[in-house]
Ligand binder design. Sequence first.
Ligand code: ZN
Ligand code: ZN
Length: 410
Amino acid sequence: MSVTPAPPETPDPAFLNRLRAEVRAALPQVIALRHDLHAHPELSGGEERTAGVVSGLLSQAGIVHETRIGGTHGIVAVVESGEGASGPTFALRGDMDALPITEENEVAYKSQNPGVMHACGHDGHTANLLGAALALQAVRQTLPPGRVKLIFQPAEETVRGADAMIEAGAIKEVDAILMLHGWPHLPPGQIGVRNGPAMASSDTFKVVIKGKGGHGAYPHDTFDPILCGAQVVTALQTLVSREIPPVSPAVVSVTMFHAGTARNIIPSTAEVCGTVRTLDPQLRKTMAERVERVIAGICAALRCGYDFAYTYGTPVTVNDARISNLVRVVGSEVLGSENVIELPEPTMGAEDFAYYVEKIPGAMFRLGTGCPFLLHTPKYDFGDAPLETGILLMAETARRFLAQGGLRPD
Ligand SMILES: [Zn+2]
Ligand SMILES: [Zn+2]
């Protein structure tokens, strides 16, 4: 993998020392916040208590912010440099929602909300972002000219939140954006970075195959939608294996197949649904046509009609090399270069952060949590250990962006 050269460095060891001290000072409050959020998880779009707690802490620290952004519980806070806001604007984004999973951890801060838990670690992301806000606010007098926007976003898991925040103007006049995601595959104290595609686009389709039902004993009097659906499932698998170049990753998975009411009746319809993932925005644009063409051909051959719906979800998350490089530089200084890991491959999972980086340059990096359990499982826990690293990385990357006067060419 080729890595674009790092931008010119503008380190400021004195600032970094001050920042470190402020992060350490904020840490007890940040840890308490994470525990509180972990114990009181809220589902996507329902982050009312979470947003209330965050807003209270921002107010306490005198940080200017607006609440109820994006129709639900989004918050946008701003830390402005003591030298004025005439410089660039850098945004940091954290997500706040939890998942419908029953927690199986036995910790003092275990979820008190049955069936809901922070299984993706967004409790850590929110606490981390609040920590960055506190630390940056404490050093704002010595920040280079410009502004740091802190975007507390609801509803990532349902991929509704990012779009709503953007619609509401959260990244208006923002030059670049950064997020982190806790990553159990790396230990605390390490980060993972990557240029280019980092996470896949995630789209879905649904087809209702319309045949002609009848008695199971007289198939010649029917147009069997189950047999047609079965052929559709099989034929869709030729898209990735026969149409798309092997070097261009894609997934077509049929994940639902519903049909029939009794063992001796051939039904009149069958419903087939699935998900489509790609890492190439151009390839993504071609997938709806490919999927429908296969369905139409099979249905025509087997005398069935169909209703087809293709729903675009999250785009490909593409990391801008200029922002990833900034994270590499800061990560090497703060953690040592041996702790900045080049991620060898993207993942076919999706992130609604993709909507921001479709509009403005930005990047996500992985923050090691070292949790032995995977994301979206009942024992995942972001933990407290990653917080100091995450806050420092975000706050210092923001300062560095302001110090270099905004985006630099590759
Ligand atoms: Zn998740
Ligand atoms: Zn997540």
